[in-house]
Write a protein that binds this ligand. Sequence first.
Ligand code: HEC
Length: 147
Amino acid sequence: MKAIAMVIGACLILFAITNLTAAPPTAPALKIERGKYLVERVGMCRDCHTPHDERGEPIREKWLQGSPLSFKPIVPIPVWADKTPNLAGLPGWEDKEAVKFLMTGMAYNNLPGRPPMPQYRFNQEDASAIVAYLRSLAPVATSASRK
Ligand code: HEC
């Protein structure tokens, strides 16, 4: 009797472990929702990464798909970037390097993005929420995803 109970117990534990390790393949909706909030209300990524129409409104259909910048520095800045890459779907980025970039400002090549890309210092949780949100946006074919 005792042996059977032990076998059943072991099976239950095994079942619990496999259930825990079988993480869902997509990020949970709450995490994506938090990433959306951070991108839209905190990081203001769309100011630079979304093209604007002639009235200065961001174009919804091209959300975060990269854009020429509509402003220039008033003093010369040698490495100034005049356009932004596409962020929808985060093509070309590993999750790990994108999270590091948002936590440290250093990209996959250990260099910061050129100005005016801010060097963000999000914490791990927020950075990975932002990555989850950007991944959830439909990827678009673009040549501007990497420099
Ligand atoms: C003030 C303008 C501005 C804002 C706001 C901004 N970016 Fe950028 N971003 C840029 C520019 C310009 C580049 C291109 C930099 C370059 O070519 O080196 C860039 C590049 C990037 C890159 C690619 C970096 C690389 O080295 O390839 C990523 C990823 C990125 N931005 C993510 C974000 C996210 C996420 C946000 C919001 C949390 C954001 N950006 C907000 C201007 C901005």
